[in-house]
Each structure stands twice: as structure tokens, then as C-alpha cells.
Design a protein around this ligand. Structure first.
Ligand SMILES: [Zn+2]
Length: 596
């Protein structure tokens, strides 16, 4: 599902001049497998042991041992997720793989894909596979978004199961299986472990779909690399792993804020049932500046993982405070909209881009609304966040793209990547207002959300059609008629000229937004300048379709008034030439909500 990496270096991500430069970069929510069909008394289908090895003459490494029964068809495949979070899996986490039969006889495993190994073994034979996760070095490629890949240093091991945990494919094909996992050797070396499974070494044991299992986050570290904390909300435990020490906030300040937001969202759904939840915070992409910063995260198994610039003061008046609140509120809302309830467009295993208007857009709507209702942001911050979505939407060249376009360009075009967030958020604003209007204030979108989540308790997969039907049932006929054209086909969201909560009115504004002026993705893929728009910034700077492309970078502006700068190296008549220009659009008219 995530897109292949581009062949040329891409330095910067999008910068919307009209608004903050922060945006959440994350994989779309996944659809996890449904009913648990496993007998409770059965043995785990796979047991995993992760052992920290600290040889005297080499850096620490992690040995992974898994035990499982061979594939009934006699050919067993062990595989990682082929791609996840915008990365094709090159299998770098698996070194020195050895597979042995029940009597210890080694079995030859052939690597059939960068992420897959095959071997012959009698049906059902008990097999043991062992491999090494080797120390990682700083990435040489620049990821287009957060780097979710495994990190292993002298004092830190951070890994998401998609990349690092081999799974027998016949187990992965099951709807759900029993998995067990434990951690060994970490405490002896002075490392602490927090994972999706709970605090400490385990063993832990659960029935999960394979996709859920692969959403496992593991964070183990010495104190100097990451600090581990445990807190309670209504007698339920929450773990925090804070990596690095240059954050600009104290651990307590961050934990207090996160705990408060987790509690308020649990209150919203009246759901304080989860015995364990993990929050990880990882430095990514250097230090934030006043006007250029990147905060992002992703929802994992009983965990959300934040990846942020450092230097994020959470003091009152800090420009980062509201952004961190939004990020926390957004990520934790996925506990329900994405995990307990798994929106899907039915097209693929992983949720699908055709339902992101709901899984991401409605999540943004609620992040803002719940923070505002709890008094964690004021009316001005509410309006600013709403206007960020609105300005981005109005100026988005893909504003009317249908969901198929979102699928093809989500990872490579920042405007497309933001579209489902913007479209769904703005639609939720109107739908909420319409439900309140029709019911005379007795009902709101809150009721629909809670009803859907309640329904998901028995069948977590929630098809986009069922969501649309639930919304249509609560609104007037005119509103019901545009839901599908807007949310599926990409027609404009019919925004009201005023809002009630808080009281805001719609006005016109003029902005310039990030725009490289050509098809950056296609250009970088083909190595040839492609899709130059007549009169756009690239065209004015002298770029033309067909020019040979040598390198293409976009550096973000140093502050909000400085536009992102594109630097393009081309071959022109056999000679290298560098063309630079401001990667911004012509001034565009957008709308904004202002206090009434
Ligand atoms: Zn999200």
C-alpha cells in the first residue's frame, strides 16, 4: 500500500505558508482482522523471544527466536510486512537467519524476496527460527515522512513489528492467532522495556490478527537514551517512553498533558477498559524553530508513537503547545476510530484510502472539538486549527480529487496526503451542525460516533457505506444527498457561513501555499522533468517538460514569511544547470472562519 521510495533525494516536506508547517504524517489506519476464532486452550501459534546480546567485543544486538509449527502444505514461508508507513521493507532487520527442525537439524531457508524466506519442512513439524537484529546506523536516505524503521544503538532498541518480526505466512493468513512474546537479557544489561504488550519482560500472551500483532511497538533502553514512566488513569496503567533529552519540556509536563487528553477521550467514549497503553516520543528531523516544525505520529497496538522535532516547549505561550495537544488528541482518538472500530473501504487489508475522510478527517474534527470543550484550547486556537484545514483545502490543487487519486499519491504528494484530513474534518463540521439542527440540539455527531463504536464491539470492521448510512440517518434530506458525492467523489464540502460552537463566521482571504509547479513525483520517478504547469513557479524559473533531472530538493523556509525553496539540477543541452525558485503557488483566494 505505501508507495515506493523515489529514486532521487527529497529533502523537504510541504510547507503551507498560510498556516502552520506541522502536519501529522502517518500511515492510514489499518483494518485488523475480525473475530477471534481460536480456542482459548490452544498453544500459541508463534512464540517470540527477543534477547539482548551484549558481546564484549561488539555492539549490542537483538536475537529473535520464534517457535511455530511448519506450514501444513510442506513449504513454510517466513515473512515481514512487504511495506509499511511509506517504506518498502528491505529486510535489514533479519541477519543470520537459521531455521531448525524439531530435532535441531538445520533447514535451508531461501530468500525469495527482500522480506521473505522459504523452506521445506514436514507439515506441522515444530520449527525454531533465529535471527539477529543488527545495530543500525543513521539512515542515509531521507524518508518522505517519519522514519518508522528499527533503531538499535548502544543504549536504545526501538522497533515496530512490521519491520522486525518475522511471521510464518500460514499464521499471518489466519483471522486471529495466539501469540506470545517475551524479552530476555535487557534487564541484566541495565535496559528497561516497555512495549505494546505491557511493561517489562513478560511473557505476554494474546490472541490477535496478524496485522495487529505486527503493529507491536517495542522500546527498550538504558536511562541515558530513554526514560520510562508509568502512570494510572482510573486505575488503568499508561506507560511513557521518552527518547532523547533535548525536548524543551520536562517529562512530567508532557506526561501530565498526555494523561489529561487520554482521560478526556476515554470519558468521551465512556471507555476506561484498556488495562495498558503505551506512548512513545521519538526525536525526528532535528530541532523545531518558531515557524518550521514537524510533529507526527502513528497509532500502533495499544500504543501511539510520536515522532517530533525536539525543542518543543510546552510552557504557556509556546507556539508548540497547541500543536502537541492536537497531535496527542488526534493520535489517541484512533484508539476508537481506527482500532476498536476499524473503518474500511473494503478495497484492501489495510483500511483503505477511501475511508480516510472518516478515520483521519473525523479524528481531526474530534481532536479540535474535544480539546476546545475541555478548555485545553480557546476559541482563537480552535478557529486557527479549523482555518488551517480550510485554507489548505481551498488552496489544494487536488481538492476535488476522488479517493482513487488519494490512494495513488498519498505518500508522494503532500497536498494529496492532507486532502482526506481536510475534506473529512470540514465535512464533519457541517454534519455535526446539521444533526444538531435537525434534532433541535438533542443529538449531535457525538451520538453517531458512540453508536458506531458500540456497534464495532461485536464486529470491528466498519465499512464506509455503513458510516455514510449512519450519518445520513441523522441529517436532513438535502445534507444526506451530498454525503457520498462529497466524501467519496470529491465534490466541494458545502460549508455554512457561520458556526455556533464557538460562534464563527466565514470570510475570504488570500494566501500562497506550497506548490512546486510540476509533477514532482513523476519527475523524480522518471528522472525527467514532467508535468510543468504553464505560468507556475517552475515554468517561470525555466523548467520544461523533458529536461533531464539530476537532483531535486526543496528546503523549507526558515520562518513563516520565507517560502520553501526548490533547487533543481538538470541537464540542459548536455551541460548541468541549476534552477532555483520559490516553491509556492500564485496567490489564491481561500476562506477562513473568524469570531462572529
Ligand atoms: Zn491519524
Amino acid at each position: 500500500m505505501p508507495h515506493a521510495p523515489t529514486p532521487l533525494a527529497l529533502v523537504a516536506t510541504a510547507v503551507a505558508l498560510a498556516s502552520h508547517t506541522a502536519f501529522a504524517s502517518e500511515p492510514p489506519p489499518r483494518s485488523l482482522s475480525a473475530e477471534n476464532t481460536i480456542h482459548a486452550a490452544s498453544a500459541p501459534a508463534v512464540t517470540y523471544r527477543l534477547t539482548l546480546e551484549t558481546p564484549a567485543d561488539a555492539p549490542p544486538r537483538v536475537a529473535v527466536t520464534l517457535r511455530f509449527a511448519a506450514d501444513p502444505d510442506g513449504r513454510t514461508t517466513l515473512a515481514l510486512e512487504p511495506s509499511w508507513g511509506g517504506f518498502d521493507n528491505d529486510g535489514r532487520d533479519v541477519s543470520d537467519l537459521v531455521v531448525a527442525g524439531a530435532d535441531g537439524t538445520p533447514l535451508a531457508a531461501t530468500r525469495s524476496e527482500p522480506w521473505a524466506w522459504e523452506l521445506a519442512a514436514p507439515a506441522g513439524q515444530e520449527l525454531t527460527a533465529r535471527y539477529i537484529i543488527a545495530p543500525t546506523s543513521a539512515p542515509t536516505d531521507v524518508p518522505n515522512g517519519n522514519d518508522y524503521r528499527t533503531r538499535l544503538t548502544d543504549s536504545l532498541f526501538q522497533s515496530i513489528g512490521h519491520f522486525s518480526l518475522l511471521m510464518p505466512e500460514h499464521v499471518a493468513d489466519e483471522k486471529a492467532s495466539r501469540f506470545s512474546i517475551d524479552f530476555d537479557g535487557f534487564d541484566r544489561a541495565g535496559w528497561s522495556v516497555l512495549s505494546s504488550w505491557g511493561p517489562g519482560n513478560g511473557p505476554f500472551d494474546r490472541e490477535l490478527g496478524s496485522s495487529e500483532f505486527r503493529h507491536t511497538m517495542i522500546l527498550a533502553a538504558k536511562t541515558e537514551a530513554a526514560r520510562m514512566h508509568r502512570r494510572r488513569v482510573m486505575d488503568r496503567e499508561i506507560g511513557f517512553a521518552i527518547v532523547g533529552s533535548d525536548w524543551g519540556f520536562t517529562d512530567d509536563a508532557f506526561i501530565d498533558l498526555a494523561t489529561r487528553i487520554i482521560a478526556l477521550e476515554r470519558d468521551f467514549f465512556d471507555d476506561h477498559t484498556d488495562p495498558w497503553f503505551l506512548v512513545t516520543v521519538t526525536p525526528e528531523g532535528g530541532r523545531a524553530t518558531q515557524n518550521s516544525f514537524s510533529l507526527g505520529g502513528t497509532g500502533l497496538l495499544d500504543c501511539f508513537a510520536l515522532y517530533c522535532n525536539t525543542g518543543l516547549s510546552l510552557d504557556a505561550g509556546s507556539p508548540f503547545l497547541a500543536q502537541v495537544k492536537f497531535l496527542l488528541a488526534h493520535e489517541y482518538f484512533h484508539t476508537w476510530n481506527g482500532t476498536k472500530m476499524r473503518p474500511t473501504d473494503g478495497s484492501e487489508k489495510d483500511g483503505g484510502f477511501g475511508v480516510m475522510w472518516f478515520s483521519e478527517g473525523f479524528t481531526n474534527f474530534y481532536a479540535r472539538a474535544l480539546l476546545h470543550r475541555a478548555g485545553l484550547i480557546d476559541d482563537a486556537a480552535f478557529a486557527e486549527k479549523l482555518n488551517e484545514a480550510l485554507a489548505g483545502y481551498d488552496a489544494n490543487p487536488f481538492r476535488n480529487a476522488e479517493n482513487a487519486t488519494i490512494k495513488s499519491k498519498f505518500w508522494t504528494d503532500p497536498n494529496v496526503g492532507q486532502l482526506p484530513y481536510q475534506r473529512g474534518d470540514l465535512a464533519a463540521v457541517v454534519i455535526d451542525a446539521k444533526i444538531r439542527e435537525k434534532s433541535g440540539g438533542a443529538r449531535s455527531l457525538d451520538h453517531v460516533m458512540r453508536d458506531l463504536v458500540a456497534k464495532a464491539a461485536s464486529d470491528p470492521d466498519m465499512h464506509a457505506t455503513a458510516i455514510l448510512d449512519a450519518l445520513a440517518a441523522e441529517v436532513d434530506a438535502d445534507t444526506a444527498a451530498w454525503l457520498r458525492p462529497v466524501l467519496i467523489d470529491g465534490k466541494d464540502v458545502p460549508l455554512p457561513t457561520s458556526l455556533e460552537r464557538p460562534k464563527l463566521r466565514l470570510v475570504a482571504k488570500r494566501v500562497q501555499t506550497f506548490d512546486p509547479g510540476l509533477d514532482r513525483e513523476a519527475s523524480m520517478k522518471s528522472g525527467e522533468v514532467t508535468g510543468v504547469r504553464d505560468g507556475g513557479a517552475a515554468h517561470r524559473a525555466g523548467l520544461r517538460n523533458g529536461q533531464r533531472l539530476r537532483a531535486f530538493t526543496i528546503a523549507p523556509g526558515a520562518d513563516r514569511t520565507t517560502p520553501p525553496r526548490a533547487k533543481v539540477e538538470i541537464d540542459a543541452d548536455g551541460a548541468p544547470r541549476t534552477i532555483e525558485y520559490d516553491a509556492i503557488s500564485e496567490p489564491k483566494d481561500v476562506r477562513a472562519y473568524e469570531p462572529a
